[in-house]
Design a protein around this ligand. Sequence first.
Ligand code: ATP
Ligand code: MG
Length: 252
Amino acid sequence: MIPKTHPRYHSLVIREKLIEYFEKGIVAKAGLIAHGRGEAFDYLIGEETIEPAMKAIRAAACALLLAKRPVISVNGNAVTLAGEWIIKLSEVVNAKIEVNLFYRTRERLKSIESVLRSLGAKEVLGIDEEYQATIPELMSERRRVDSRGILISDVVLVPLEDGDRTEALRRMGKTVIAIDLNPLSRTARAASITIVDNIVRAMPKLFDEASKLKSSPRDELLSILRSYDNNAVLSEVLNYIANRLKRMAESS
Ligand code: ATP
Ligand code: MG
């Protein structure tokens, strides 16, 4: 048991959960390493949702609400850290949920599916071999997608996705929304909308924004989306980190 008074209580609880889900076969080994990479960047932004991330969250909510066929792509880390929010968001924006794994095994697919179903998901794509399609150009297991989901989607939310797949999805003409704490990753650079925030904080906020904006007129959503500039937002993130570190260096 981690004492609640521990200064890094939340972060430790999250680590414990990842380890538990790793032992259950839901999180991949590389998922644990990826989480460590994410934590390092979370320190740099101050472990809070910063304004440029809020801008990206608002634009992402608009893109999902305007989409004809939105899909939320799920991997082991995402389901562990934000499972219930994935379901809630999928309901509010009418998105399909598709399991997509970098380290794809039948067992892991089934385990993730059962977690999603236990949280209330009615349909989970990416499992049934019958509907398997492939992303052109990508090699390996990573190219598999569901012919009812990502293949025909227009907007895909990819929390914690790999750079190669993000780039491939963009080449297929999809709007890709990434949640990635590393503003320098290829995923962050290649996505249409990059939310530089911890998935644990970003998903509830994305759900809130989508719920609030759901009743807004289409024109208003379109205008928020059109005025969004991902390169500018990524620059704001880097400036935020640079200024924060500078202030910290000066005061120490
Ligand atoms: P890329 O392939 O995009 O260049 P990478 O190879 O470093 O990046 P991947 O393992 O492909 O990383 O993707 C995982 C990404 O998820 C990392 O960039 C990491 O910073 C990020 N990440 C890890 N944990 C979290 C989290 N809890 N919230 C948000 N992002 C996270
Ligand atoms: Mg990668």
